[in-house]
Design a protein. Structure first.
Ligand code: ADP
Ligand code: MG
Length: 301
């Protein structure tokens, strides 16, 4: 970034911290973003919405903000709505795309409406009786995934490998949400693809393959471990790479995203068919994060 570009941005707030279950991750993301902006000569300041009212952004004449919050109240459209009301420009997708992207069930419904591939699923209400829970594997097979639809960073996720585990997994996930997403398990390789841009100009960055020990890509491994290996660009055929990147762009466009997002996939081992899992509308920017890794591969700073 040239120096005059940096000054043109004016006073920039980096929003991080926040009140979601992903606060800890956001602190790491935000510090990274803040240092990077300052190193480019941007007049950037830390701003933690858990500690201060958003109204202070207007009162202190911030020109724009970089959103480095994850999860509820940061990534879910509520913050984006408040910033619209305050008239402060922000990074990443707008109100509607953020709100839909935060909800794994709504996201899947939109994708299905566009004919995009996503694993088969059922929506379970919190009050679902145990007897009914035990019928879910008959429909989706085993293993299956249970997810709290509004969480991220692998919080509120359970892999169920037997009928007897349904209740325990369901109890864990329904702690976080009034509904639980039950999803067919896709056995295979895990991929993620950042997308930049908007509408017809949206483009995918290089595909990353995530190789977790025992396929166990959990919270600790994601943010604190060194055992997970990342391959970028993912070792896929040219045709498969293009197919996955095209799907990522379509998934992004279907939700009306702009700016950036990161789309998670499973690539089914039996036939190399890609399935969309979820979209992250405020991707991580920690030292372990994937968008910076892929951007670097694409030659972006
Ligand atoms: N249907 C599925 N089949 C196989 N593995 C899955 C499936 N859904 C999720 N996973 C695994 O769980 C991880 C987290 O799931 P994801 O839906 O991306 O939620 P989040 O990243 O918000 O926690 C994925 O990265 C993948 O390793
Ligand atoms: Mg994910």
């Amino acid at each position: 970034m040239a120096n005059d570009q940096a000054t043109q941005l004016g006073k920039v707030g980096v929003l991080f911290g926040g009140r979601s279950a992903e606060r800890e991750v956001s602190l790491m993301s935000g510090n990274g973003v803040l240092q990077a902006l300052r190193s480019k000569g941007v007049d950037a300041y830390a701003f933690d919405p858990a500690a201060r009212s958003l109204a202070e952004l207007a009162a202190e004449k911030f020109d724009r903000v970089f959103i480095a919050l994850h999860g509820r109240y940061g990534e879910d459209g509520t913050l984006q709505g408040a910033l619209e009301q305050l008239g402060i420009a922000y990074t990443g997708p707008g109100v509607m795309s953020s709100a839909i992207g935060m909800d794994k069930i709504m996201t899947k419904r939109i994708w299905l409406g566009h004919g995009l591939p996503t694993p088969r699923f059922m929506v379970l209400e919190r009050a679902t009786p145990a007897q009914q829970l035990r019928q879910v594997p008959d429909v989706l097979g085993l293993p299956l995934m249970l997810k709290a639809p509004h969480e991220g960073s692998t919080i509120g996720i359970a892999k169920v490998t037997g009928y007897a585990e349904m209740e325990e997994g369901f109890a864990l996930c329904s702690k976080y949400d009034a509904t639980v997403l039950a999803e067919e398990f896709i056995s295979g390789r895990e991929l993620t693809v950042p997308v930049l841009g908007q509408g017809s100009t949206a483009r995918a960055l290089p595909v990353i393959e995530i190789c977790a020990p025992n396929g166990n890509y959990d919270y600790e491994h994601k943010y604190f471990g060194d055992e997970t290996k990342y391959l970028c660009p993912a070792p896929l055929s040219e045709a498969l790479t293009q197919q996955v990147q095209k799907l990522a762009v379509q998934a992004f466009q279907a939700l009306g995203c702009r700016g950036w997002a990161r789309v998670d996939f499973m690539l089914r081992a039996s036939d190399d068919e890609p399935f969309l899992l979820e979209i992250n509308t405020s991707p991580g920017m920690t030292g372990h994060s994937l968008v910076p890794m892929s951007a670097k591969q694409a030659g972006l700073s």
